[in-house]
Design a protein around this ligand. Structure first.
Ligand code: DC
Length: 230
């Protein structure tokens, strides 16, 4: 498959970027990293350790002190997916719950949390051959990435997708709550002072509101082929 490159995929929550990223990685034999899962794992830790009060106040000092002791890995599964591991424990289901979704944006806005995770992400990209998705991958983590994609879709489309996903998993959730969570997170993610979500100048935009997963796969594979000359 030629010289390995770095592929950075950024966009709003539930924009379908993780699905696209994961499917491309498996098709071209690259490693896939879901950077959002890493922020979610740190948030789960903070919740379990009692570092986030019911009114949402975060004990930042204690969280920052704990960061060097948090080990986050991804463990490949037999079905081709991978599970997020926090200090050796499989937290994949836990980190997708609304409890974590509702608390993650303020945690991801803490500069020391971002610095620690960005360092880990840069390390993961050292050997290239990686597809990473998130909010700041093309702007901060891998500004030198050979291929950068910025995925967009309306808040309603994204809320519908997440709602469907959660209902399929058996969760008792309402569409209105999910939409409110998506809109709220968009606001925090784009207005925070530390590396807010924005399109890198050299990123290619994709609005996938009306695309099927297969159409997205084709589009992305063509971008990869174009950049690598294959
Ligand atoms: O993509 P997601 O919904 O799983 O992301 C969870 C949260 O983490 C979201 O509020 C944005 C934040 N995040 C971030 O700030 N930077 C990243 N590279 C990835 C996610």
């Amino acid at each position: 498959m030629g010289t390995p490159i770095i592929i950075a995929i950024d966009g709003f929550s539930s924009s379908g970027k993780s699905t696209m990223a994961r499917r491309l990685a498996s098709r071209i034999g690259y490693r896939y990293i879901d950077s959002g899962a890493m922020y979610r794992a740190v948030t789960l830790y903070a919740l379990e350790a009692g570092l986030i009060t019911s009114d949402g106040t975060i004990d930042e000092d204690s969280l920052v002190t704990a960061l060097p002791h948090l080990q986050i890995d991804f463990e490949p599964q037999a079905d081709g997916t991978q599970h997020t591991m926090l200090n050796g424990i499989d937290v994949e289901d836990e980190i997708r719950r609304l409890r974590v979704s509702n608390a993650v944006s303020p945690v991801a806005a803490i500069p020391a949390v971002r610095h620690a995770l960005v360092d880990m992400q840069k390390e993961m990209g050292k050997t290239k051959g990686i597809v990473m998705d998130g909010r700041d991958i093309g702007t901060v983590v891998f500004p030198q990435a050979e291929l950068k994609i910025y995925v967009d879709a309306t808040a309603e489309t994204r809320a519908q997708r997440r709602f469907k996903e959660m209902v399929e998993k058996g969760a008792q959730v309402s569409y209105e709550d999910i939409l409110a969570n998506v809109v709220h997170r968009d606001h925090i993610d784009t207005t925070r002072s530390e590396s807010p979500l924005r399109r890198a100048d050299d990123a290619i935009s994709l609005d996938n509101s009306r695309m099927t997963i297969e159409e997205q796969d084709e589009w992305l594979l063509n971008q990869f082929k174009r950049v690598t000359g294959q």
